[in-house]
Design a protein around this ligand. Structure first.
Ligand code: SF4
Length: 265
């Protein structure tokens, strides 16, 4: 990265942290803790497990209507296109009834890090893109000003792809119907790190009633990726005091990915 661009990135991150009322020095502490496992930026070839999805395999869902028609193309972009075609004009659950758009996901098909929320809100339903409302702006700030990445360098998706009415939590049958699509996306992208955003997403992914307040900040494995659970940006809008915990989790993610941070300057 050119010096000017790096300096601008540092300036933006410092301004972002100050705006959020966060500790600029935290980056140094977490980087030091994660230095032993930091990796150089770039997409490793050998360390990523790529499950082969075939109907009836442990990665496939036996519910029939949602069983993947894979195997998918090896190239991630082509695989995502095939998965989107598989979804089609989906009517597999009742969330189809009031949706405007199916919100598939957005970003780099070869992203090293994937952010996963619970489902689209009103803005996302209207625009067909995940995390574009107020909570989305905060997530974008975390990605751009906090991590020094762009939205186009990561991949963003949700557990369910159609908006639950009145922004209620997705119901178990809706999660069960839609989760195979997300699982196929993860297997196509093969991210090194997944950031699970909020209680609903984490519980859906792990199929366990974990408490996000206790579980956040703890690495766990999910489909071959290291997953970091943290709070949902909408929770941060209601509880700004939790921003420090999320920033700590994001710093762990940056250390895991070997991303450069302010302390490197
Ligand atoms: S939420 Fe998922 S399963 Fe339900 S209709 Fe939308 S795309 Fe289909």
């Amino acid at each position: 990265m050119a010096d000017d661009a790096f300096a601008e990135q540092v300036r933006l991150r410092a301004a972002f942290l100050k705006e959020q009322g966060l500790d600029y020095g935290l980056a140094r502490k977490v980087r030091a803790a994660g230095a032993g496992e930091a990796q150089k930026p770039g997409r490793p070839k050998a360390s990523i497990r790529r499950p082969t999805i075939v109907p009836g395999s442990p990665h496939a869902h036996p519910e029939g209507a949602t069983a993947p028609p894979g195997p998918w193309p090896e190239e991630p972009g082509q695989a995502l296109d095939a998965i989107r075609s598989w979804i089609g004009d989906c009517r597999r659950c009742k969330l189809c009834e009031k949706r405007t758009h199916i919100v598939f996901g957005v970003g780099d098909p070869r992203a090293r890090v994937m952010f996963i929320g619970e489902g689209p809100g009103a803005d996302e339903d209207a625009q067909g893109e995940p995390f574009v409302g107020r909570a989305g702006k905060l997530l974008t700030d975390i990605i751009t000003k906090g991590m020094g990445l762009s939205r186009s360098q990561v991949y963003i998706a949700n557990v369910v792809k159609c908006r639950p009415p009145d922004n209620r939590d997705p119901e178990p049958d809706e999660v069960q119907a839609c989760l195979p699509f997300l699982e196929a996306q993860i297997d196509a992208i093969r991210p090194e790190v997944i950031v699970g955003l909020g209680r609903v997403a984490i519980q859906a992914l792990l199929k366990s009633p974990v408490q996000i307040t206790k579980f956040r900040g703890t690495w766990t494995d999910y489909r071959g990726a290291a997953m970091m659970p943290t709070y949902h940006p909408s929770y941060l809008l209601r509880n700004p005091g939790a921003k420090g915990q999320v920033w700590k989790d994001i710093q762990e993610v940056m250390a895991k990915l070997g991303l450069s941070g302010p302390a490197r300057k």
